[in-house]
Write a protein that binds this ligand. Structure first.
Ligand SMILES: Cc1cc2nc3c(=O)[nH]c(=O)nc-3n(C[C@H](O)[C@H](O)[C@H](O)COP(=O)(O)O)c2cc1C
Length: 367
């Protein structure tokens, strides 16, 4: 698929997840396959221009991590423009503008979802960025502020005129947060509102079948997955296979899940150092263990992880503890197997009221 001048091998995208979509995680997913363009967490444009070390760490990359999209947020046109030019000079493949972030800190300064309420101003900001760089500029948004203000189609239309090369849309409103169901009709309305550029649908895709349903029912050109990739980094490979063949891929074996988790931790340590990498892994380990079957013994220790040596002990102890749930062939007894994931938009309305995919607690809980 094509985004501006960028020819991509996959129409499956990783969604930016602040605190998670760093270089180690992108490499983990890329090594498994099925993904091409992958984003950073959102980065403050001004911090980037100030060469703030934390902002520079967020855009850290390597040759295996290509093509890379950097997501910017900010509301000062000159800063957004100059940050985009700086990213281009660093070899970044595309720049994404965050327009869907409902966090107060971001909205307060006019960025994030607040952009959706001021179309003219936003169009000017975007045009300034598009004119300053050759690489594609894309935008990521929600459907609107609330159900009474589904502004995404209007915004998408205006942004296309301003030169945006693709739209990523999470099929929920800001008011919805992460609750309720993803609105496929809302995404379809965004698809209809643009003329030529691709729209990438997003929200709650946890299985290849959900990805196919979003593609089929909305007419979007591609889909983007965030939390679904955290607990199942195989989701891009599995989805690509399913879209090509109609066949579901087998669940990775426990030891394969462990291998990928271990690789993730090793990369975290390489990129962030052992102490900080292990500390950051405290919130990542429980995502990997979601498909292990019973994992409370693992989770309660991984959330205190402080060294690689400790990780080995935790894993060894967990393997022993987990044996009680296995049959003679070493597989989880049926009763202990995790139940299949079902996307909110594929569930009965009453069930869809509950959020199936957890939203991590802490500073990101209001995403
Ligand atoms: C922990 C967390 C962090 C997020 N960070 C960002 C971000 O930095 N930029 C952004 O545009 N969206 C962010 N989002 C929203 C996701 O990109 C995505 O739109 C949303 O999670 C729905 O997709 P999913 O159901 O596949 O996760 C974040 C979501 C979560 C749960």
């Amino acid at each position: 698929m094509q985004i501006g001048s960028l020819q991509l091998e996959s129409n499956l995208f990783l969604s930016p997840l602040a605190g998670y979509t760093n270089l180690p995680f992108r490499l983990v997913v890329r090594e498994i396959g099925g993904l091409d363009l992958a984003p950073t967490d959102l980065v403050n444009a001004r911090s980037l221009l100030e060469r703030n070390p934390k902002a520079l760490k967020l855009i850290e990359t390597c040759p295996a991590d290509q093509p890379l999209a950097v997501q910017l947020f900010g509301s000062v046109p000159e800063e957004m423009r100059d940050a985009a030019a700086y990213l281009q000079s660093r070899g970044v493949a595309s720049v994404d503008i965050n327009m869907g972030c409902p966090v107060r800190k971001v909205c307060r300064v006019g960025g994030g979802s607040a952009m959706m309420t001021e179309l003219d101003k936003t169009a000017r900001l975007v045009r300034g960025m598009v004119e300053a760089v050759k690489i594609p500029v894309t935008a990521k948004m929600r459907l609107g502020w609330d159900d009474q203000n589904l502004t995404a189609p209007d915004l998408a239309h205006v942004l296309e005129d301003a030169g945006v090369a693709a739209i990523f849309v999470h099929g929920r409103t800001r008011e919805q947060g992460f609750g309720g169901s993803v609105n496929l009709a809302g995404i379809a309305a965004v698809v209809r509102a643009v003329r030529h550029i691709p729209v990438i649908g997003n929200g709650d895709i946890t299985t290849p079948a959900a990805a196919k349903m979003m593609l089929d029912e909305t007419g979007c050109a591609g889909v983007s997955m965030g939390r679904g990739a955290l607990y199942h980094p195989w989701i891009f490979q599995d989805t690509r296979h399913f879209l090509r063949t109609g066949q579901a891929s087998p669940e990775p074996a426990f030891e394969e899940r462990v291998r990928v988790m271990r690789r993730h931790l090793d990369l975290m340590v390489q990129v962030f150092g052992e102490e900080h990498g292990c500390r950051m892994f405290r919130k990542i380990g429980p995502w990997h263990s979601k498909r292990f079957g019973p994992a409370n013994e693992f989770n309660k220790r991984i959330v205190k992880l402080s060294s690689l040596a400790e990780f080995n002990i935790i894993l060894d102890d967990y393997r022993l503890w987990r044996r009680q749930f296995l049959d003679d062939a070493g597989l989880l007894k049926p009763h202990f197997r995790p139940s299949p994931m079902v996307a909110s938009f594929m569930r009965e309305p009453a069930v869809a009221q509950r959020t199936e995919i957890p939203v991590p607690k802490g500073p990101v809980e209001v995403w």
